[in-house]
Design a protein around this ligand. Structure first.
Ligand code: PEP
Ligand code: MN
Length: 367
């Protein structure tokens, strides 16, 4: 798909790498917004954030001060000279945010799931040149994420970015499961779309922020959205995942930026990489040749069973295959779940082969 997207650096002054948007989960008071946001300028944040309307999973949690908080965010913008971003979930939010001079809008994970809400927001944005960043939907559905991006792009926006904050699952290690493959598939589908990692909502705990931030950088994301608060322990929302400015500075200092391969001109490095890639190509060729040999045997088994009128599919054989291959994988320190996935694909292909052979062996209709 070839949608035009404007790189973030064309509308935000990026003062440090990685590009950083930071600020509190919620705007609680003017003093709290200023105390949380003012130190971020010296840390090199390029954009400030604060939640003014907070979609909460359960009622009776703090749902944001709404319009009353917008001047506090604008005050942080005035005092730092940095652009500010808030979450919007309805056309009324869009109208108010723009009226007060908010620079960037983002659509939250609980809104991206609803095509009606996203379309309403997109319609409210028509004719306004404001950047819109779109978080992944809470459920792991790539099409829903792409759909939201298409709806906003359809309203004439090109200053769009995607924010990867992870997906709701029963896996409780991180607050939201990363499911990296979904974000990478998004990037494959829309290669020019800027991608921002949100380790705060993905991790849900301060302890996970460094490892997730590094992972985003290793995967070449364009930047990070990290929640920070002057006094995280007292935060009215997401207390466990927010960092003080001092802790954020430590985290940033520990991250290593990876350069793209083409940016590293060191000849030794390029040679070594080429050699390793040649070896991988060689192994892959052998791997495919082995698959061919395996398929030959599968075809012979098919013919043999058909000739002897034996049921073509025996589940015990496949149960045995899954068990033994998983054990062999474990012996070689390969993730058995990964090997199991490969054998599931082989199994599907074997079924297809069986059906194909069966069709060929059926007598042709005689007229
Ligand atoms: C937020 O950024 O504060 C927020 C509510 O995030 P999400 O939509 O990712 O849950
Ligand atoms: Mn939050």
């Amino acid at each position: 798909m070839n949608l035009p997207f404007t790189p973030i650096a064309e509308y935000v002054n990026i003062s440090r790498a990685p590009f950083l948007i930071s600020g509190p989960c919620s705007a609680e008071s003017e003093a709290q917004v200023l105390a949380s946001c003012l130190p971020l300028k010296d840390l090199g944040a390029s954009v400030l954030r604060a939640g003014v309307w907070k979609p909460r999973t359960r009622p009776n949690s703090f749902e944001g001060h709404g319009e009353k908080a917008l001047p506090w965010v604008i005050e942080a913008k005035k005092q730092t000279g940095l652009p500010v971003a808030v979450e919007v979930a309805t056309p009324a939010h869009v109208e108010l945010a723009l009226k007060y001079g908010i620079d960037i809008l983002w659509i939250g994970a609980r809104t991206t799931v609803n095509p009606f809400s996203v379309q309403d927001i997109a319609d409210a944005l028509r004719g306004v040149d404001v950047p819109v960043w779109i978080k992944n939907p809470v459920n792991p559905d790539l099409a829903l994420w792409i759909g939201a991006i298409e709806r906003v792009a359809g309203a004439g926006k090109t200053k769009i970015a995607a924010i990867h904050r992870g997906f709701s699952t029963t896996d409780t290690h991180y607050r939201n499961a990363p499911m990296w493959q979904i974000a990478l598939a998004l990037k494959t589908e829309l290669p020019d779309l800027p991608l921002i990692g949100d380790p705060s909502h993905m991790g849900g705990k301060r302890a996970y922020l460094a490892e997730l931030s590094q992972k985003f950088l290793d995967l070449n994301y364009d930047g990070l959205m990290i929640e920070s608060h002057a006094n995280p322990a007292e935060a009215w929302s997401d207390a466990a995942q927010q960092l003080t400015a001092t802790d954020l500075a430590h985290l940033l200092a520990c991250l290593s930026m990876r350069v793209g391969r083409q940016d590293n001109t060191d000849a030794g490095f390029q040679d070594e990489l080429a050699t390793l890639r040649q070896k991988i190509d060689h192994i892959d060729k052998e791997f495919i040749q082995l698959l061919r040999l395996r398929m030959n045997l599968v075809e012979q088994v098919c013919d043999y069973k058909i000739a002897h009128n034996v049921a073509i599919f025996q589940t015990e054989r496949w149960n045995d295959i899954f068990q033994t291959r998983n054990a062999w994988a474990e012996e070689l320190e390969i993730n058995p779940a990964f090997v199991e996935e490969i054998y599931k694909l082989i199994y599907i292909e074997s079924i297809r082969k069986h059906h194909e052979s069966q069709k060929l062996s059926q007598p042709k209709n005689v007229i």
